[in-house]
Ligand binder design. Structure first.
Ligand SMILES: CSC[C@H]1O[C@H](OP(=O)(O)O)[C@H](O)[C@@H]1O
Ligand SMILES: Nc1ncnc2[nH]cnc12
Length: 315
């Protein structure tokens, strides 16, 4: 059982440091060309025996700030275990009145307000150039599949927690929260939510051909409401525990349904991105260094292992 393929990865955000109803199998800490992940990865089994991988984004004891999360190592490590689809959780601020704290949201779009200080590409610093498609930053099929499962879990919980879909999340740099003027501007831009973590995670998932979706849990109204206090960490913490408890229930439901999905036609949902980088990598040239190809083979062995079988090698 310990050597089974682990197809699904869960990334836990603020407040979500473990998931329930799973049997611990082992803890692993793979070294990747981008270093070690935020924390050792827990491999755990569903009652059916299907294994999943759980990684906590901010490290053990929440010691890594959002700008320093080693996202390349996180995604590369998960992929090295066999993971092909990632369900990530995040505590977010709400930019819309109707998305009250405690609500769950599965977004479909992202506005990038990070400031270029986070390495956001596996190709950065190498002699190989690639341009991944990112118009739909989350995996459409995985998002659609999750929407039904998360709704079912929230209905079963019976506390009336609302689920919103088709929303836009702004990812800001942090660690400070936004000013009131920024918060109002994000609303004018069409932002519905705000966090500090979805990027570069989603970009790197795309480059690594991993299906990726976010389950966002609203903790606060950020700082756009004229009559309310601006968001503070204390306000976020108030909702964090309840949201994390509900997230664990949601994860349990999703993972239960996963077994059925894996054994029927739906399995392709979790493999949606496979092959997606094939035409994103610039044709091979003499300028591409062997050591860079070897490094990238860690996440994309199909394109960078050996001399053949690589679109980018056929120039
Ligand atoms: C604790 S408030 C700000 C912090 O919370 C969110 O973390 P995560 O996405 O890992 O749940 C947000 O992105 C910020 O990093
Ligand atoms: N208001 C906010 N801004 C950025 N990240 C957050 N995470 C939770 N609330 C947030």
């Amino acid at each position: 059982m310990a050597d089974e393929k682990v197809l699904i990865g869960i990334i836990g955000g603020s407040g979500l440091y473990h998931v329930d109803n799973l049997t611990f199998v082992k803890s692993v800490n793979p070294e990747t060309p981008w270093g070690h992940p935020s924390s050792p990865i827990t491999i755990a089994a569903l009652p059916s025996g299907t294994q999943i991988a759980f990684l906590t984004r901010h490290g053990v004891g929440h010691s890594i700030n959002p700008s320093s999360v080693p996202s390349r190592a996180n995604l590369a490590a998960l992929k090295s275990l066999g993971v092909r689809a990632i369900i990530a959780f995040s505590a977010v601020g709400s930019l819309r009145e109707e998305i009250s704290p405690g609500s769950f949201v599965i977004p479909t779009q992202i506005i990038d307000r990070t400031k270029g200080i986070r390495p956001a590409s596996f190709f950065e610093g190498t002699s190989i150039v690639a341009h991944a498609m990112f118009g739909d930053p989350f995996s459409n099929k995985l998002v659609k599949w999750l929407e039904g499962r998360v709704q079912k879990a929230l209905d079963a919980e019976g506390r009336g927690v609302k689920l919103f879909t088709d929303k836009t999340i702004v990812c800001m740099e942090g660690p400070q929260f936004s000013t009131r003027a920024e918060s109002i501007m994000y609303r004018q831009w069409g932002g519905d939510l705000i966090n500090m973590s979805v990027l570069p995670e989603a970009k790197l998932a795309r480059e690594a051909e991993l299906s990726y979706a976010l389950i966002a849990t609203a903790t606060d109204y950020d700082s756009w409401r004229p009559q309310s206090d601006a968001v503070t960490a204390a306000e976020v913490f108030k909702t964090l525990k309840a949201n994390a408890d509900t997230s664990r229930l949601v994860a349990a439901t999703v993972l239960d349904d996963l077994q059925a999905a894996l054994t029927n036609d739906e399995a392709s949902i979790f493999l949606e991105e496979v092959g997606g980088m094939k035409f994103s990598i610039m044709p091979r040239s003499v300028k591409q260094k062997a050591e860079d190809r070897q490094k990238l083979a860690f996440i994309l062995p199909e394109y960078f292992t050996g001399e053949e079988g690589h679109h980018a090698g056929s120039a």
